[in-house]
Design a protein around this ligand. Structure first.
Ligand code: FAD
Ligand code: SF4
Length: 331
């Protein structure tokens, strides 16, 4: 085990200061289900850990405001997944959470930590001797030329094709959610769509957060489209598995005709992937099986298959089409 310093933050300002004092390689600790996992694998070796679990400012679920839902960064996945208002009015959000991980993990894991979970690429998690530009910049990418069945078809680069594994962020991107973050230089707001980066030549830099910035809360604009929404997740087994392909969709329907659609795909790209072109394909059209499939194909536009993952282009298109059909039945 690598020794590390443990700091329990008393206020959010404390937490941000402790991160700066700890220096590079200091990590916030929330539920610990990603961080401790990677520390046990020696993939993450923080010199200092700042525990934020006691910060009341980061808790809470507020669905009572007129314009937005507000989730504290420490809100538990299980609490948000089962909140009656979310279950009834924002089904894609609730489903993205309860279709993730296991009940034990969801009871422990927080929304802030969920957004910042790291890839499940086996070469990244496996450590040495596998080359991995994300874990060790400049070392290469074992997935390219290796087993890439679960790797990304969208948003990859020569340096990295690791999939962004989370479910919640896909639904949040479809709902145009934002996060408030606090750093040494104050507070700012980022859309969840802009939080995760494509790997480019620096796959080790995964988000647009400045070093040491703390996620305070997640804000989701209220919309009537939440009721006609779903998070559809296809995986190797029925539960407790990451997505091979997923889709978060929300619809505004006028009878059979689509007034507006929101579509984001997961499990297929290096970051949560909003499919604006697919949304345009549907707007003003009847939502027939054929049009749903056309939207599915549009969502996968530009997908680049590797060695073993080409089958997920068809799977992804069908997942989007099926999600649209499910959401339509809820309109
Ligand atoms: C076996 C297993 C199966 C899983 N299956 C799924 C799945 O199917 N779908 C899915 O979406 N997820 C899945 N997960 C991932 C799980 O949902 C995440 O591990 C969890 O949500 C992370 O939350 P946490 O509070 O435990 O984060 P932590 O482990 O505490 O933190 C994760 C990262 O976020 C940082 N962090 C935490 N909170 C903040 C904050 N407020 N501000 C800034 N940085 C912060 C930490 O420093 C760390 O780098 C699975 C995990 C496991 C172990
Ligand atoms: S895909 Fe990315 S995370 Fe996986 S081995 Fe290649 S560089 Fe590492």
């Amino acid at each position: 085990m690598q020794p590390f310093t443990y700091v329990k933050a008393r206020t959010v300002a404390d937490a941000v200061r402790a991160m700066a004092d700890g220096g590079p390689g200091t990590r916030f600790l929330a539920g610990g289900t990603t961080l401790f996992d990677l520390m046990k694998l020696n993939v993450e070796t923080p010199i200092s850990v700042v525990d934020v679990t006691g910060l009341k400012e980061l808790g809470g679920i507020d669905t009572g405001r007129s314009s937005e839902l507000v989730f504290g960064a420490l809100a538990r996945m299980s609490d948000v997944a089962t909140d009656p208002h979310i279950v009834a009015e924002y089904r894609a959000l609730s489903e993205s959470l309860w279709r993730a991980a296991s009940q034990q993990l969801r009871n422990m894991a927080t929304l802030g930590g969920n957004l910042l979970q790291r890839t499940r690429c086996a070469y990244f998690r496996g450590g040495e001797p596998f080359p991995c530009n994300k874990r060790k910049p400049g070392s290469g990418c074992a997935a390219q030329g290796g087993i890439d069945r679960g790797h990304a078809l969208l948003g990859g680069s020569d340096a990295c094709i690791a999939v962004y594994p989370g479910d919640l962020a896909i639904a949040l991107v479809a709902f145009d959610a934002k996060i408030d973050v606090l750093g040494l230089h104050g507070q700012r707001t980022i859309t969840v769509d802009k939080l995760h980066r494509e790997p480019g030549v620096t796959p080790n830099i995964e988000t647009t957060l400045d070093p040491g910035e703390l996620i305070l809360r997640i804000r989701v604009p209220k919309t009537r489209m939440g009721r006609a929404s779903t998070y559809h997740k296809i995986r190797d087994r029925e539960s407790y598995a990451f997505a091979l392909a997923s889709a978060a969709v929300a619809l505004d329907m006028n009878g059979d005709t689509v007034r507006a659609a929101r579509i984001a795909v997961g499990g297929l790209a290096t970051r949560p992937w909003r499919a604006h072109v697919a949304e345009q394909v549907l707007t003003g059209k009847r939502l027939t099986p054929q049009n749903a499939r056309e939207a599915g194909d549009a969502a996968l536009q530009g997908a680049k298959p590797g060695h073993d993952n080409g089958f997920r282009i068809e799977l992804g298109a069908r997942t989007v089409a099926d999600a649209l059909t499910i959401a339509k039945q809820r309109a």
